[in-house]
Design a protein around this ligand. Structure first.
Ligand code: BGC
Length: 766
């Protein structure tokens, strides 16, 4: 009887039906509402409410913002309600690795935990838009369930340099991967009648002095690399909102740049949604309004005054303000759809989506003599490395998630049936307790906490452990987060880590046993100096709350790895085209940074400069092998488009998925116009192919895929000549080639001559 009672209580909690945020909007038209508003109300509704940040308020905030009421505690902000006109507020909350709200509330027993999903870099490494869409859908379910209306995600800035503090939230060094993965995420979230905010538009590629830095680059660099992903997302997925970034581009804050926000985004790309600022971005509210940045978040008293004064003195047209108010009203109206929903939080299902997605984006970089999978039941594992026991599941700052639980690698292995050596577990528990005593709290609670140093383990101890265990697994971990870039020391292994790798490798190899290294990282690290010591290397990334389970799924072979690098791993930091001058000048507090490398970022650079890398863009191994064959083009002369097909066959012994990557090598009409050797234009992951099973993969190459951005003509231009179609399983491993010809140069799209750099930029000549 008691049991039945408990089950009834449990199920009523698990299937608790809440009425999500239900803003009910007046029936009057936007035009009528705008007509009825005072100037103050107009200037006020285009600003939101949100964090009480001492540097900005409350005295510096509009008077009615001092004690913001947010129905979803811990959400980043709300819009401004006007009770007189019955205009409700809606709630905006972070992402991207899940919904970030406070898990508990004062004087309440209910909890408000959210599922922590894998970081952006892992999602992109899946190269699987279907899986990413499922993740988006699961996150959207929680956004709606908890009554938020817009998720402030995804974040698709480019991995320009590995030290970028928020790279973990971002996807790739390549804009096509970023765009396609971002679009999939948005389509998933927005299925739930809640919105997204694609961010940070644009060129917010590092954290140092992020609110003021001036990012300088050529128009071509901007269009081809830093805007391209946003363009794909805006055109394919129609995000409800877009967040402009903190930084300036070529001298103007992005939120104050009419060229960026109105000319490019809204006129050229046809964006119809709402543009909001990042929190406290920019320095002039009137300029933000004039630029077409519809909403200022959360807004300051100065910005409010700027706007009212500018309208009163005629420097800001009331029509511009009205247009922005109109977009805000549209967003609030659009958010009402949620009012018709009764939402259930699919907690168990969402955790399963998180686990599945985590396995999909882990990358097997090395697997000598099939060291993995460990499919013998009850394998005895000697598990080393602090992060085996305190697995990092995500980054910090606004991209953090308040989850109910997380599964460490050790726990995941035990659950999977492995025998994890108990003495080693105990030694690490003690070491971590001791280390905690010396760790200083971060400067601000939302900044990354320093990770404990690795333990010194005597060689004799390792030798004994090598005798009694079947295999050594060492986890190397990193954390990073918003507000600061990673230090160079975070990119390289520490001395203690290097010693650990070497000593474990020597001790286990002496006994004929293997060392497997797990990289529990948010951004890439140096590998050339130590990777030979490991028999297998799996990049687990920061995989969300199901970390240990997902890693065990791959290690055991329950899931065959199919992730691929969406960012190149260089031999050394100094090999990068962006190493010099990162994060800007002057180094202590950079006020500007120049992207001298032009379009040559990531693989575009390494290939053109013929510099070796450790693992190339697009690389990742599987427990099986694939063969890509039978390339066919629908035509050898390009007219409007060309279809390409290849056949992928699983030639190995276990089922698996392959990522088929299509690169294009374009001709150059002019020797001064340097183009990358090849560029990714499309990709597709196969279904799970059984041994000997084949799948035909089809792509379409469009006019725009042929183009580079020609500054002299302010146009996307496809040069006449021979185009090489290169299809493979990584940027280096090209299995099939074909070619087609474009008989005459085509101006595919003429655009506006905007955002030229103020100073002449001498881009790298390659
Ligand atoms: C971050 C944004 C975030 C916002 C609200 C800012 O500091 O840059 O990504 O959405 O805060 O939390």
């Amino acid at each position: 009887m008691k049991k039945i009672f408990l089950i009834i209580i449990w199920s009523s909690v698990a299937h608790q039906i809440v009425k999500a945020q239900t803003p009910s909007f007046p029936t009057s038209s936007n035009a009528d509402l705008i007509k009825a508003m005072t100037l103050y109300e107009k200037a006020r509704i285009i600003m939101g409410l949100g964090m009480d940040v001492p540097a900005f308020g409350p005295d510096k905030m509009p008077p009615d913002t001092a004690k913001p009421y947010n129905p979803v505690d811990g959400a980043a902000g709300t819009t401004y309600a006007i009770a007189r006109l019955k205009i409700p507020a809606i709630v905006l909350a972070d992402g991207p690795a899940g919904l970030r709200i406070n898990p508990t509330r004062a004087n309440e027993k209910n909890t408000y935990y959210c599922t922590a999903f894998p970081i952006g870099t892992l999602l992109a490494s899946s190269w699987n838009p279907t899986v990413v869409k499922n993740v988006g859908n699961a996150i959207g379910n929680e956004v709606a369930f908890y009554g938020a209306n817009v998720l402030l995600a995804p974040a698709i800035n480019i991995h320009r340099n590995p030290l970028g503090g928020r790279n973990f939230e971002y996807y790739s060094e390549d804009p096509v991967v970023s765009g396609k993965i971002g679009a999939a995420y948005i389509m998933g979230v927005q299925k739930n009648n809640v919105g997204t905010s694609i961010k940070h538009f644009a060129a917010n590629n590092h954290e140092a002095n992020r609110m003021n830095i001036d990012v300088q680059m050529t128009q071509r660099t901007l269009r081809e690399i830093y805007l391209r992903g946003f363009e794909i997302v805006v055109k394919e997925a129609k995000p409800w909102t877009l967040m402009s970034s903190y930084n300036k581009i070529n001298g103007t804050y992005t939120s104050q740049s009419n060229d960026l926000i109105t000319t490019i985004l809204q006129k050229e790309w046809g964006y119809k949604g709402l543009v909001m600022t990042d929190w406290f971005a920019g320095d002039n509210g009137a300029a933000q309004m004039a630029a077409g940045n519809h909403m200022i978040m959360p807004g300051t008293k100065k910005q409010l005054d700027d706007i009212i004064n500018a309208v009163n003195n005629g420097t800001l047209k009331i029509e511009s303000l009205n247009e922005n108010v109109d977009r805000v009203l549209n967003l609030i109206r659009q958010s009402q759809k949620i009012a018709t929903l009764k939402t259930i939080r699919n907690k168990t299902q969402n955790a399963a989506v998180s686990r599945m997605a985590a396995t999909e984006g882990m990358i097997l970089l090395k697997n000598e003599n099939s060291s993995l999978p460990l499919n013998k039941p009850a394998t005895k594992i000697a598990l080393y490395g602090n992060m085996s026991y305190r697995t990092v599941i995500g980054g910090t700052g606004s991209g953090d998630v308040n989850k109910e639980y997380s599964v460490s690698i050790a726990d995941g292995f035990v659950k999977a049936g492995y025998q994890v050596n108990n003495d080693i577990i105990k030694a690490y528990n003690n070491h971590l307790i001791e280390s905690d005593k010396n760790i200083k709290p971060p400067a601000m609670w939302f900044m990354p906490k320093e990770l404990p140093q690795e333990m010194d383990i005597a060689i004799a101890t390792l030798q004994n452990e090598a005798a009694t265990n079947d295999v050594a697994i060492l986890t190397i971990g990193r954390t990073s987060g918003e507000f600061e870039d990673r230090a160079l020391s975070n990119f390289y292994l520490s001395d203690k880590e290097k010693t650990l790798v070497k000593n474990i490798s020597d001790a286990y190899h002496a006994k004929g046993k293997k060392l497997i290294v797990l990289l529990n990282i948010g951004g890439i690290i140096e590998m050339a100096s130590w990777q030979a010591a490991a028999d297998a290397i799996l990049v687990t990334w920061q995989p969300g709350q199901e970390a240990g389970h997902a890693i065990a799924d791959i290690v055991s072979g329950k899931v065959n790895p199919s992730g691929k690098l969406a960012t190149t791993i260089p031999v050394d930091y100094n090999d990068l085209s962006t190493a010099n001058g990162f994060p800007g000048t002057p180094a202590a507090m950079p006020t500007s940074i120049t992207y001298n490398e032009g379009v040559y970022v990531g693989y575009r650079y390494f290939e053109k400069a013929t510099k070796p890398v450790v693992y190339e863009f697009g690389f990742g191994k599987s427990y099986t092998n694939f063969n890509i064959s039978n390339i066919k083009l629908t035509n050898s002369i390009f007219k409007n488009q060309i279809g390409v097909s290849v056949t992928v066959t699983n030639t190995g012994k276990v089922a698996g998925k392959e990522v088929v990557q299509l690169y294009l090598g374009a001709p150059s009409a002019n020797t001064d116009f340097s183009k990358p050797v090849k560029e990714l234009k499309a990709f597709m992951k196969t279904t799970l192919l059984a041994p000997q099973q084949s799948q035909v993969i089809q792509f379409t190459i469009s006019k725009r895929d042929l183009c580079s951005f020609n500054e002299a003509q302010s146009a996307w231009v496809a040069d006449a000549g021979k185009y090489e179609v290169l299809i493979g399983s990584s940027s280096k491993n090209i299995a099939q080639k074909a070619a087609f010809t474009l008989p005459q140069t085509m101006v595919v799209e003429k655009v506006n001559n905007v955002l030229a750099p103020i100073n002449n930029i001498n881009t790298l000549k390659l």
